[in-house]
Design a binder for this molecule. Structure first.
Ligand SMILES: [Zn+2]
Length: 493
């Protein structure tokens, strides 16, 4: 840790800020799970006020940080502390309290309006809010400053140092390769586009039992972890010792519930395996969103959707969902890995998912760059969906209104989903050098994989920047070829 008195003092002064973060996480978790719908205004007010207190507390650290910057000879932990605090400080020094408060307030209100608009497929109802949000995001980008495209300023908030050049490079390699693999899968028919198991209704209590057994398989701790239900599953990490996930139960197509549980558990495993010595410090969080998403995708797709994992989970499926008995392991595996282009991102399979992200990336880049009006966005959305996925959405609830992100002001967030897939591919490539993953999964020894991930990445928390972490681990950054090789081998070999 740190023997440096300046850094030690910063860590001490950071503790109340950590506590505010903790409280904010709980407010957000509650808003998505149990808060009554009419409570959004006072909740928005409370969140805005809490954010202001946090901003004041952060700004009080500025003097200490500039003092610490003059010190040489810092270790990785100390450098990490300063790097993460400086990123937050930079944000607070550039973003005025008014802009911060406006964003909090509007996004809280907009999220409630978006829910209603989506239900009614009524884009005009949401349009005014989206215009306000895009305008605030443009102001934010200008205040933060950027090199190249203004969108870089927003992406940097979620994925440190990420630029449109990085994302353009990733997509330019990914898309033609994914198209090629997709065409081959569709023409060969080895993996079905639809499967009878998709339409079989399940009992929610029985499916919950399956999910609880999967949590046991993954070794999720009972005392520091819990799972609830929400329409859009998510993970909230309040501490190294308090991680909450949600999953969904739609009554049929049980794989959706199963893989939501595994995906969010992947996020949870990361946060629960951060070294406890980092608790209450700025490093007690996972790395960037892209790196975080790499962990959830790794568990969901590379492990969960493998033939070997199907074997491991099959007995529990048969025991709890009687209709599964009519299908052997191979059939269930084909159901898990069915490939069906869909207009809905959250329903997308491993192969088509990145097309959805490319679409959102293009729209966001254009909206923030001022090349597209909000009123033109639904039509462009539909055109791009047709171009990439080959399907035109029936209405705006199936199109531009499908995601919660924009209502919450999350511009610059979507690209991290594809980066997550890309980095997960890099992890898969790397772990195979150290162990026979298929054999480990076949034996159900998932703890070995968890331990490997803990040592390689989780224990460090946010000590290293995402690009730095990748260079240390893989000797390269955001290399999409690893993902392509994995998909190629799995779906076309
Ligand atoms: Zn995720």
């Amino acid at each position: 840790m740190s023997k440096n008195t300046v850094v030690t003092e910063i860590v001490e002064k950071y503790k109340p800020i950590w506590a505010l973060d903790h409280a904010q996480s709980l407010l957000e978790w509650d808003m998505e799970t149990y808060m009554p719908i009419g409570a959004s205004k006072p909740r928005g007010f409370a969140q805005a006020q809490t954010a202001l207190i946090k901003q004041q507390r952060m700004l009080e650290l500025a003097g200490h940080v500039s003092k610490a910057e003059k010190l040489g000879d810092l270790n990785d932990y100390e450098k990490g502390i300063l790097r993460v605090i400086k990123r937050d400080l930079d944000y607070y020094m550039k973003i005025t309290p008014k802009l911060l408060e406006d964003m909090r307030r509007i996004s809280t209100e907009a999220t409630v309006v978006w829910r209603e608009a989506r239900r009614k497929s009524d884009f005009p109802m949401f349009k005014g809010y989206l215009e306000k949000i895009v305008d605030l995001k443009k102001q934010e980008a200008e205040k933060l400053g950027y090199k190249g495209h203004p969108y870089n300023a927003l992406m940097n908030l979620f994925e440190e140092e990420l630029t449109t050049n990085d994302v353009d490079r990733v997509f330019s390699l990914l898309l033609p390769n994914l198209k090629r693999i997709l065409n081959k899968v569709v023409s060969e028919g080895k993996f079905p586009s639809t499967h009878p198991l998709e339409s079989v209704a399940y009992d929610e209590a029985a499916m919950r039992r399956v999910n609880l057994e999967v949590l046991k398989l993954l070794g999720m701790p009972e005392k520091t972890f819990r799972m609830d239900t929400s329409t859009h599953p998510f993970t909230t990490s309040m501490s190294v010792e308090d991680v909450r996930i949600t999953t969904r139960y739609e009554g049929k197509d049980f794989k959706e519930s199963l893989f939501s549980t595994i995906h969010e558990s992947g996020h949870g495993i990361y946060d629960l395996q951060v070294d406890t010595s980092l608790e209450y410090t700025p490093l007690s969080r996972g790395n960037s969103l892209g790196v975080h998403e790499s962990q959830s995708r790794f568990w969901e797709n590379f492990i969960g959707r493998s033939r070997e994992f199907t074997k491991v989970v099959y007995p529990s499926l048969k025991a709890n969902l009687p209709f599964v008995s009519g299908y052997n392991e191979d059939e269930v595996y084909r159901y898990f890995c069915s490939i069906k282009p869909s207009p809905i991102r959250v329903d997308a399979d491993e192969l088509t998912y990145n097309f959805h992200i490319m679409l959102r990336y293009e729209l966001e880049k254009k909206l923030i760059g001022g090349e597209l009006e909000v009123s033109e966005a639904p039509a462009l959305w539909n055109d791009l969906m047709q171009k990439y996925v080959g399907i035109r959405p029936e209405d705006d609830s199936q199109g531009i209104l499908q995601d919660v992100h924009w209502s919450g002001g999350g511009f610059g967030y979507f690209p991290t989903y594809s980066l997550g897939n890309v980095i997960a591919g890099m992890f898969y490539h790397r772990i195979k050098m150290d162990m026979d993953v298929t054999d480990v999964v076949r034996k159900g020894e998932l703890g070995r994989i968890k331990l490997w991930l803990k040592e390689k990445i989780h224990s460090y928390g946010a000590t290293y920047s995402p690009k730095d972490l990748q260079r240390r681990l893989f000797g390269e950054e955001y290399n999409p070829e690893r993902l392509v090789s994995y998909l190629e081998e799995k779906y076309t070999a």
